[in-house]
Write a protein that binds this ligand. Sequence first.
Ligand SMILES: Nc1ncnc2c1ncn2[C@@H]1O[C@H](COP(=O)(O)OP(=O)(O)O)[C@@H](O)[C@H]1O
Ligand SMILES: O=C(O)C1=C[C@@H](OP(=O)(O)O)[C@@H](O)[C@H](O)C1
Ligand SMILES: [Mg+2]
Length: 170
Amino acid sequence: MGLIFLVGFMGCGKTTMGRKLSAALEYDFIDLDHKFEEQTGTRISDYFTEHGEEAFRKQESKILKETIYPENAVVSTGGGLPCFFNNMDWMNARGQTVYMKLTPKMLASRLENAKTPRPVLQGKKGQELVELIETKLAEREPHYSKASVVAESFADLTPENIMYLLATNK
Ligand SMILES: Nc1ncnc2c1ncn2[C@@H]1O[C@H](COP(=O)(O)OP(=O)(O)O)[C@@H](O)[C@H]1O
Ligand SMILES: O=C(O)C1=C[C@@H](OP(=O)(O)O)[C@@H](O)[C@H](O)C1
Ligand SMILES: [Mg+2]
């Protein structure tokens, strides 16, 4: 199936699913946030503090486009990546994209318990977090919706569900 890019809001499970789907397909796994930290030698949260979001967006787009991908790979993206520059079109031109779609409430409950800090969420919790997610998701949805397939919000989404969606997307 070539290159498969997982896209969607923070907390939808791109990194977790990327690992599982790549194992199920026997493909390589690339997490672009991990590549970012490896290449810049800086944690994403520190990068935001030191350089700001605009610099982060330029650098993440550069890493997306300059990475040399194996023939077959599952690539987990950062939640904002599809929404800047021409990144979404760039991914669609090179492989298949999967939008992992979850409700704001489910995203919030996962993000409240997650260990990785997400600077875009400004440490918000509870109802404030749900509202911030609703606003951001509404801005981002038009970009995510350009994905080749949409994997709708089931908490128990499996690699097999995604493989089926990709195989039937003709
Ligand atoms: N299917 C799932 N059910 C419940 N929790 C999940 C699931 N997938 C991921 N999580 C949890 O949600 C959080 C965000 O997952 P992660 O894979 O880092 O998402 P993303 O890369 O999209 O931000 C993590 O704490 C992870 O353990
Ligand atoms: O949505 C965003 O703007 C971001 C999502 C994060 O990745 P995950 O979607 O893997 O959490 C990471 O790239 C950064 O904190 C910014
Ligand atoms: Mg991730």
